[in-house]
Design a protein around this ligand. Structure first.
Ligand code: GLV
Length: 324
């Protein structure tokens, strides 16, 4: 019997073609998020599932998918997936590391530049027809070059940001579970404890994965430690930052500004108070959103499924213990 492969979003044909060659492919071919009930119904006979960060892969879903043998997440982060639940059932789980590293680092650096130089605010003003005369005091921002960047989570993406920051002559501090000796040597990064990073950085960049340990890692006490002139940038996952505390910190001038690629919840509701603040730049979770990178992510997710169904090792397994 051919394998049934369920895909939760329309993908480039270059990624779907190898799946079609390997089994019966069913695609939720819309741009919006698949309704939960449709997903639960759709996986009832699926052998493989290719999903996005927007889908919750948990016990409930697995109970609806008795034939499932592999889940391929089209993302590097996987806080949307209960990996132990998959592992306990012997289901292979893969993600898409590596292929999005530089693109996401580019976006993180764009957020640093964007909030420091007030790009969003300036653009809104120009579009509103409020661009007054040039003045020595108009729209002054902060320099990124020679400033101190604190990176919380110096993994693959953080290291690429450090490379860019090194080119801007920035001083780079970081926290990480382990030492990143290569980044220390190549880009002059210095590992510190989180309080020192918060106290000394002009830009605090969050790149750590979301877990029980990192949920609300940055809240009121941490904002108090930061300089009043400092900026917070979140390019990881929304819930790592306490959004209500961030709003208060920005409103009260505890910190100078924030730039967010991710929010909690996503999408951010149109009446969220953060959207009323000029010193908050928000983009819609687009870290990896270049044409080439999204194509590579889709292709890698598909490659993982095809390799597994062919009886070979998927290129990027997370729970490799299931394979051995
Ligand atoms: C996107 O957020 C990812 O984790 O790939």
């Amino acid at each position: 019997m051919p394998a049934t492969i369920y895909v939760t979003r329309q993908l480039p044909e270059v990624a779907l073609a190898p799946l079609r060659a390997r089994g019966v492919v069913r695609v939720w071919d819309r741009e919006d998020i698949i309704p939960r009930a449709t997903l639960l119904d759709g996986v009832h006979d699926a052998d493989a599932l290719l999903c996005m960060v927007t889908e919750r892969i948990d016990d409930e879903l697995l109970a609806h998918a008795p034939r499932l043998r592999i889940v391929a997440n089209m993302a590097v982060g996987y806080d949307n997936v209960n990996v132990p639940a998959l592992t306990n059932r012997g289901i292979v789980f893969t993600n898409t590391p590596g292929v999005l590293t530089e693109t996401t680092a580019d976006l993180a650096f764009a957020l640093i530049l964007g909030i420091a130089r007030r790009i969003g605010e300036g653009e809104r003003m120009v579009r509103a027809g409020r661009w007054g005369a040039w003045s020595p005091f108009a729209f002054l921002g902060h320099d990124v070059h020679h400033a101190t960047l604190g990176i919380i989570g110096l993994g693959r993406i953080g290291t690429e940001v450090a490379k860019r920051a090194h080119g801007f002559d920035m001083r780079i501090l970081y926290t990480n579970r382990g030492r990143n000796a290569a980044a220390e040597e190549r880009f002059g990064c210095t590992r510190v404890e989180l309080p020192s990073l918060l106290r000394e950085s002009d830009f605090v960049l969050v790149l750590t994965p979301l877990s029980a340990d990192t949920r609300h890692l940055l809240s009121t006490p941490q904002f108090h430690m930061m300089k009043h002139s400092a900026f917070l940038i979140n390019a990881a996952r929304g819930p790592i930052v306490d959004a209500r505390a961030l709003y208060a910190a920005l409103r009260d001038g505890l910190i100078a500004g924030a730039a967010l690629d991710v929010t909690d919840p996503e999408p951010i509701p149109s009446d969220d108070p953060l959207l009323t603040l000029e010193n908050c730049l928000i983009v819609p979770h687009v870290g990896s959103a270049s044409i080439a990178t999204r194509t590579r992510m889709a292709t890698l997710a598909a490659d993982n499924i095809v390799a597994f169904l062919n009886g070979t090792r998927p290129p990027t397994p997370v729970n490799s213990e299931v394979l051995s």
